[in-house]
Design a protein around this ligand. Sequence first.
Ligand code: SF4
Length: 63
Amino acid sequence: MKPKIDKEKCIGCGTCASLCGEVFELKDGHAQVIAKDDTVIEKNKDEIKQAVEACPVQAISLE
Ligand code: SF4
């Protein structure tokens, strides 16, 4: 599982970063994925799913 941000859709609300700051970060008005390896992703998988559900514009997908 790897989260991906659709920058065209992202409105930079910051919800994902506040739910899961180890994986998402706001930069230049858009979210980006900062998690470098699978361990961080695995550790935060519940928070990542919360962020997917909480994103107001469905900009986060899981691959
Ligand atoms: Fe962008 Fe969605 Fe994250 Fe908000 S929750 S910053 S819209 S990806």
